[in-house]
Design a protein. Structure first.
Length: 251
């Protein structure tokens, strides 16, 4: 298990660095240095806090869930088919969990913190309130147990999820035709930046995490097109100080 976790840390770290490098060399939006530093500090704080929760809370809960094996349903002998099945199931779960975070007021209290970021880059993909992370960890145990998702597959899938989150929150300027082709399969920055539009109608759309077609299937795809300089954040609200962001869900 230690080897798997080390693999995940190294791979995710490498992917984050690559995306950070690319968004600085090929930026879609020009973000002022002072604003970038101020918000990046806040985003990294939440990331480090969640990393600190991993060994004492998130990992023990996750390992326990993957170890239960309460039934023999959904057992697939072929490891590649099994992984693909688990990946699809987990991605569908993330779609509905994300949607629930917008539609259920209690959950939105925590997810709200993620959306208050008024511009996006790789660091936005790791900005999540620790309350949301804990709730997500508990709820995903249902999916892990129901579909017998192994620890190995879960770690690999979570690595893909983190890489995807970093990518579609990034400020990388992609060739238009290339991004359009990619968008038929996976979530790209243009798709997810629309989800972070300050207008509520667009915020409540484009919920996908990895594959982009769930929004089309479940009727939550926005037809709005991203444009340079469009407002990012929450309608009727604005970015807060770090202390206020931490306490925000309790108000």
């Amino acid at each position: 298990m230690i080897e798997l976790l080390n693999f995940k840390i190294i791979l995710v770290g490498a992917v984050l660095l690559i995306f950070v490098l690319f968004e600085n060399i090929f930026p879609k939006e020009i973000i002022k240095f002072k604003i970038r530093i101020k918000r990046t500090i806040k985003n990294i704080f939440f990331w480090l806090l969640n990393i600190g929760l991993t060994p004492i809370l998130i990992l023990p809960i996750t390992v326990a869930a993957t170890s239960l094996n309460l039934h023999n349903f959904f057992i697939i002998e072929n490891i590649f088919v099994q992984f693909l099945f688990h990946l699809i199931i987990y991605d569908v779960f993330l779609y509905f969990w994300h949607r629930a975070n917008h539609e259920i007021p209690f959950l939105w209290r925590f997810h709200h913190v993620h959306h208050l970021d008024e511009t996006l880059d790789v660091s936005s993909g790791i900005r999540f309130h620790f309350g949301e992370v804990i709730l997500s960890t508990i709820v995903r145990c249902i999916i892990i147990i129901m579909f017998n998702i192994s620890l190995l597959n879960l770690i690999l899938i979570e690595t893909i999820v983190l890489a995807s989150s970093a990518f579609h929150h990034s400020n990388i300027k992609l060739p238009q035709k290339f991004e359009k082709i990619l968008s038929f399969i996976i979530v790209t920055p243009s798709i997810h930046w629309v989800h972070h539009h300050k207008r509520q109608k667009e915020t409540d759309a484009n919920y996908c995490a990895i594959f982009s077609f769930w929004d089309l299937i479940f009727g939550t795809k926005s037809n709005f097109k991203r444009y340079k300089g469009m407002p990012i954040g929450v309608e009727g609200d604005s970015e807060q100080s770090l202390i206020k962001l931490i306490s925000r869900p309790l108000k």
